[in-house]
Design a protein around this ligand. Structure first.
Ligand SMILES: [Fe+2]
Ligand SMILES: [Fe+2]
Length: 296
C-alpha cells in the first residue's frame, strides 16, 4: 500500500541541479572529477526517485569552458531524461558558460545575447535570467535585463514565480567568492519587491546554502561536479569530491520547501520497521498518527 500523506501534495515539484561544469571528451575537472559521470548519476537518481516532476532546472555553470562540444554533451545526457519525464528544462548560463555557444547549442539562435526565458507550468511561472557578465566571473544583470524582468513580473501568475539565476543574491562566508558574487543585490531586491516571486534558485557557490532576499527565500544547490569545503578556514577555497547534491524543490499552495538530495547512493536500510509501516497503511487515515506517533 502506498501512503498518500496527511498533508496536501505539492502543486509542483522541481529538480534543481547546478554547476555540472561539463567537459567534453575524457578530461577531468581540476584533474579530479568526471563531470559526465556526475551528471549521469544525478539524472539516474531523478528518474529512479518515482517523483512526478514538473521541471528540471539547471542554474548555470553548465559547462567548464563554454565550448560547443560540452553543450552538445549536455543535450545528449539531458534530453532523453526530460523527454521520458515529460518535463521542460530551464537552463541558465553561469560564469563558466559562454553566451554565444550556449545560445547556439541549447537554444538554436545565433546571438551573444543572454537567453532569459519564461516557462509556464500549470500556472507556476519559471523565469531564468543569465547573470553571467561576459569576460568576468562575478555576476550581474544589464539595464535591459532588469527592465525585461520587471516587465515580466508586472502581472502575477496563478501559482507565483520561481526565479532562476546562477549568482545567488546572498552573502557567502568565503571572502574570495564575495569578489565573484552578484553585483547589485539592492537593485534586484527593489525589482522583486511586491512581485509574486516565491523563491530564488541559484548555484555558483558549490555548496548547499540558504538565505533570503527581502522576504524571498534563496535556495542554493550544491554542485553536481564538486563541492566547496565549507568546514575549511574561510580564506581558503578548497574543492571536495563530495558530498555533491541537488535540491528537490516542492511548491505548495502556501510554502516552498527545499530538500537536499545526495548524488551518491549511500548505504540504505528501512528506518522504520517494515511490519509497522504495513500495519499503519491498513488503518483509516484518522487513526494513523496515533498508531505511528504514540511512544511505546
Ligand atoms: Fe560553478
Ligand atoms: Fe559559477
Amino acid at each position: 500500500m502506498v501512503f498518500t500523506g496527511s498533508r496536501p501534495a505539492p502543486t509542483h515539484v522541481i529538480a534543481h541541479l547546478s554547476d555540472m561544469h561539463l567537459i567534453a571528451g575524457d578530461g577531468l575537472l581540476h584533474g579530479h572529477i568526471d563531470t559526465r559521470a556526475q551528471l549521469r548519476k544525478v539524472l539516474e537518481r531523478i528518474e529512479q526517485s518515482g517523483e512526478r516532476f514538473d521541471a528540471l532546472v539547471l542554474s548555470g555553470d553548465l559547462t567548464e569552458f563554454g565550448d560547443p562540444e560540452a553543450y552538445a554533451l549536455l543535450r545528449e545526457l539531458l534530453e532523453p531524461v526530460a523527454a521520458r519525464l515529460g518535463v521542460p528544462t530551464i537552463m541558465t548560463g553561469g560564469n563558466h558558460d559562454e553566451r554565444g555557444a550556449l545560445a547556439r547549442e541549447l537554444y538554436g539562435v545565433d546571438t551573444d545575447e543572454p537567453q532569459d526565458t519564461v516557462t509556464m507550468v500549470r500556472g507556476l511561472r519559471l523565469i531564468d535570467v543569465d547573470t553571467a557578465l561576459p569576460g568576468f566571473h562575478h555576476g550581474g544583470l544589464s539595464d535591459a535585463q532588469y527592465d525585461w524582468l520587471a516587465n515580466e513580473l508586472a502581472a502575477p501568475a496563478e501559482h507565483g514565480t520561481i526565479l532562476v539565476m546562477h549568482h545567488p543574491p546572498v552573502t557567502y562566508r568565503s571572502p574570495l567568492m564575495q569578489l565573484l558574487d552578484f553585483d547589485d543585490v539592492e537593485r534586484l531586491r527593489a525589482v522583486l519587491e511586491g512581485s509574486d516571486v516565491r523563491a530564488i534558485l541559484s548555484g555558483h557557490l558549490h555548496v548547499t546554502t540558504f538565505g533570503t532576499l527581502g522576504t524571498i527565500p534563496v535556495f542554493v544547490a550544491g554542485g553536481v561536479s564538486y563541492v566547496d569545503d565549507a568546514g575549511a578556514p574561510r580564506e581558503l577555497l578548497m574543492g571536495v569530491d563530495g558530498p555533491q547534491s541537488w535540491n528537490l524543490i516542492e511548491v505548495h499552495a502556501d510554502q516552498v520547501v527545499g530538500t537536499v538530495v545526495p548524488v551518491e547512493q549511500h548505504k540504505t536500510w528501512p528506518a522504520l520497521n517494515e511490519a509497522v509501516v504495513e500495519y499503519v497503511a491498513t488503518l483509516p487515515e484518522a487513526e494513523r498518527r496515533a498508531a505511528l506517533s504514540t511512544k511505546r
